[in-house]
Design a protein around this ligand. Sequence first.
Ligand SMILES: C[S@@+](CC[C@H](N)C(=O)[O-])C[C@H]1O[C@@H](n2cnc3c(N)ncnc32)[C@H](O)[C@@H]1O
Length: 312
Amino acid sequence: MPKTAQRPPQRSAATPPAAGGAPEIRPGQSVALLQELHILTRDGKLNQDSRRKLKQVYHLYQFIEPLLQQVLTARGDVTLVDHGAGKSYLGFILCDLFFKSQAAGRIAGIETRQALVDKSQDLAARLGFARMDFLNLTVQASITSAALPAEVDVVTALHACDTATDDAIRFGLSKNARFMVLVPCCQAEVAGVLRQHKALSLSRTPLSEVWRHPLHTREFGSQITNVLRCLQLEASGYQVTVTELVGWEHSMKNELIIATRHGGARRSAAVRLDQLLDQIGLNDLRHRFEPLAPIPSADGTPGRPDAPEAGQ
Ligand SMILES: C[S@@+](CC[C@H](N)C(=O)[O-])C[C@H]1O[C@@H](n2cnc3c(N)ncnc32)[C@H](O)[C@@H]1O
């Protein structure tokens, strides 16, 4: 992500505090951008749907903004990579509300659909958002792509499909990310492996009731995937908080995972991860949830010692 100065917008994009009488629009926020994202209508109005959409975006923004600020204050620069960017509305809103007014900082959107990458590049150029990059890559390929720096401060993945969230975690671990903000999508892989080993699991535990109905298996697979992701992060030296993304009530996929690097891998999390994979028949997916640090032995060697648990 090469450094370039933020170019001035090619057309007037800023707005006074209340565009179209909408108090939700913040001072200096780009009306042109909100129109492109279909949050504002062409005549600058907010309807009920877009009001809700804006509320959602602000809600997510309020989690990410302090993280960006913290990094910027600490090192004078901040890089954010958004995986499964889609139309990049998260990246654009972050750029508009945060990066635009800062002298430093850069965002990259990773997206496999070339048409969306082209569209985002075009929109960023029109809005003068020169510190945004859009790369037509899979999340997995982005881990080793020369187009991205060796270290990244903040990783986001908002409803990145299926295992793309897992790849985003792997990306964050390999880039030594300070923060990861993840809103996982459905993950089919775990439920698929659970189903494959159904017969074995049925004989082992009363939890087998979960395998009786495909819908339950799917939902359990989705939940357990997020549990495994959290353990993977904790075992890799991150403190994890899990909360609900308010405003996304209509979506089943409204779990927000925020991981903050603190350096010490938690041995207990690594052990739990290991046991859970074994007990629910997910040994085939060990590679998927592998922590960054080696799992320490029972006496605490040679791996890193446990970091204090949250709240200790
Ligand atoms: C449900 S959309 C979410 C888009 C955006 N993050 C949002 O919340 O509006 C998921 C996006 O991830 C992209 N995607 C899926 N798998 C991917 C992968 N492995 N690598 C990169 N992008 C991926 C899809 O093309 C799609 O645009």
